[in-house]
Design a protein around this ligand. Sequence first.
Ligand code: 5GP
Length: 191
Amino acid sequence: MELLKERIRKDGKIKGTDVLKVDSFLNHQMDVALFAEIGKEFKRRFADCQVDKILTIEASGIGIACVVAQYFQCPVIFAKKNQTKNIAGEVYTSQVESFTHGRIYNIIVAKEFLRPGDKVLLIDDFLANGAALEGLAKLVRDAGAELVGAGIVIEKAFQPGGDRLRAEGLRIESLARVKSMSEETGVEFVD
Ligand code: 5GP
């Protein structure tokens, strides 16, 4: 998606070797007009799929998923990072290792919102090592729901998550695939 790649080139900030900060339009301040274009593009790419629900993970996936959902005309569920006491039996849970914070946390979704047979599209801002998508995919499996695929805004293709999950059969559509990046040379995209 050329518009998105241009924006990343213009406003993305590279931290160290593997963190891309896009706080001015995606992760802190949010460019909702850009989100609308992102929503249209995901709808175009998943036009062949029935999508009953979009599942994302708090916090930065929520804004994007809500705009995307307007194009699919379906509800959004966000997996909560669990701090509350465990309400076992009423929630699906899985564990995710945070790429940005380096710690492991539980994510939960209430069983009443993710139903057997639901056709679920995952949406997230970044794909790096794939832990967030794997955690979300487990919630879908545990619910007996059907995983349609994953829509990712920025995939860091030099990290292993995308290749591994595609090899496992997950359909992933990434709108910008970063081949490499460095503070000196900037961001280079796969295609
Ligand atoms: P993964 O679980 O695939 O390793 O990482 C994906 C999650 O980590 C995303 O939900 C995203 O919030 C965060 N993340 C991973 N890499 C980056 C990055 O380069 N920049 C930002 N802002 N977030 C990232």
